[in-house]
Design a protein around this ligand. Sequence first.
Ligand SMILES: [Zn+2]
Length: 245
Amino acid sequence: MSVKIAASDRQLLRTQMRLRGAACCRQRAINRVKNGTGNQHPGDRRKNQYSRHDMAHERCEQCGNPTPPWDAIHCGSGEGSYELLCTSCFNARIAESTGFTDFENVRLDPIRMIDCEGEAHQFHFQLRLLGDRIALDAFELRGELRTGYRFQLIDEADDDVFVLLGRLVERMRRALSVRHIDFRERRIIDSTVRGRIEWDESQAGYLPLAVVDGKEVSWDDLGQMLMSMEGWQFRLDIADPSEEL
Ligand SMILES: [Zn+2]
């Protein structure tokens, strides 16, 4: 059996890691926590960060507007401190520091798409300027937190955003046209599973939570599904979030 989680491209991964490092984005702050470089237990930090969806929005430290968690970027301001910025202010700051003053800070409206099982998905977008590149993210929300399907496309900063959007939507359609897991029968449908690795906050320790077909699958459940193929082989590939699997 081949459990093909991803096709890997180390070169692209390294390039994107450099870009993200330059942008000091929110993900970097999370990674620092995951890598244990902070003073706090990873779980404590993440719970603090993600329990905020019940609370009043934090304010962007630049424009002062209330900013939902999915639109907030924790921008590094040196010596381990982070400033919370809304996406617009983050992009304006990067544009100013990199000279990309032509960058158009486009706000894309959410779109609704139907998957191959007839289930509706509402996708929101975030466009970030990362030096000489732009990242376009599409994601679902539960409350105000990102959940379910997530897609990302990274390209040159002077590319037309709407052309990028078209490419991303095509990729989303392709992903939504395939099911890997039969959730009713709790089994892997074919021999390939594509998904995303997250952290399972509900479990003790530091266990992965797989997100497959836009749904959360616990490490235990995934293991049980694999056991119907005991004795078979598998291959595990890891890929950057912006790669298409
Ligand atoms: Zn702002």
